[in-house]
Design a protein around this ligand. Structure first.
Ligand code: ADP
Length: 236
């Protein structure tokens, strides 16, 4: 079912039970995410941004509430359905790249495209992030920013509907971070992927269509930017 919103989140809660007691990571999140938009999620550490991203990516389960993806309630999906959803529809980018050290850039991308339905070739995906000439390089032969761009290529190669990025520039200097954001914005546009970027770097908010501010496990504010800025205009 194609609606204007890719995700419709209602009253979403997540409680972690730990030895020290309960942690209320999400305390009733309501949010609509529009098809094709770039959303930046800001907020203090521990306010629940990653938890929301993980639930929307099918990596974790909510405690209560609804999270509809194209009408399918992820909170009620079976493990099998969630696996299928992740495989088909979601591209992930994490802070620490998570590349296999023993595989080349091309092989790291290929690992994911092997299980996808109509993927790009590794060369095409790496071309989109400006690394066509690095297909045969191993992660150790690439800079941090280049490694993260391989991760961007890997995430987009299966043409996911949503691209979920958790602190994608968190371990990079400003220049590499800008290049990674350019790669994310570029591939998201190319593949028409709805993109969510969790960051604690407020400067990054300028590349968003809308900025979501988290506080204490809930959405405190959603602000639409009048215009998106190009990542190349950012500096931190
Ligand atoms: P943010 O991404 O905004 O920094 P998180 O979503 O990572 O916040 O965390 C929200 C809260 O949930 C924090 O208090 C964190 O310690 C807690 N939390 C996250 N994951 C777990 C977990 N697996 N077990 C217990 N508590 C967790």
């Amino acid at each position: 079912m194609q609606t204007e919103n890719v995700f419709e989140v209602r009253g979403l809660t997540k409680t972690y039970r730990t030895g020290a007691g309960e942690v209320h990571a999400l305390q009733g999140v309501d949010l609509d995410i529009r098809r094709g938009e770039i959303l930046v999620l800001l907020g203090p550490s521990g306010s629940g941004k990653s938890t929301l991203l993980n639930i929307l990516g099918g990596l974790d389960r909510a405690s209560s509430g609804q999270a509809l993806f194209d009408g399918q309630d992820l909170t009620r999906a079976s493990d099998r359905e969630l696996t299928r959803y992740r495989r088909r529809s979601v591209g992930f980018i994490f802070q620490f790249f998570n590349l296999s050290a023993s595989l080349t850039a091309g092989e790291n991308v290929e690992l994911i495209t092997e299980i996808a339905e109509s993927p790009m070739s590794p060369a095409e995906a790496l071309g989109l992030v400006g690394l066509k000439d690095r297909v045969d390089h191993f992660p150790a032969q690439l800079s941090g920013g280049q490694q993260q761009r391989v991760a961007v290529a890997r995430a987009i190669a299966k043409r996911p509907k949503v691209l979920l990025c958790d602190e994608p520039t968190g371990s990079l200097d400003s220049k590499s971070g800008v290049q990674v954001l350019e790669a994310i914005v570029g591939v998201a546009g190319e593949a028409g992927a709805t993109t969510m970027i969790v960051t604690h770097n407020a400067v990054v908010a300028d590349i968003a269509d809308r900025v979501v501010r988290f506080s204490d496990g809930a959405v405190a504010e959603v602000v639409a930017n009048p215009a998106r800025r190009a990542p190349s205009e950012l500096k931190w």
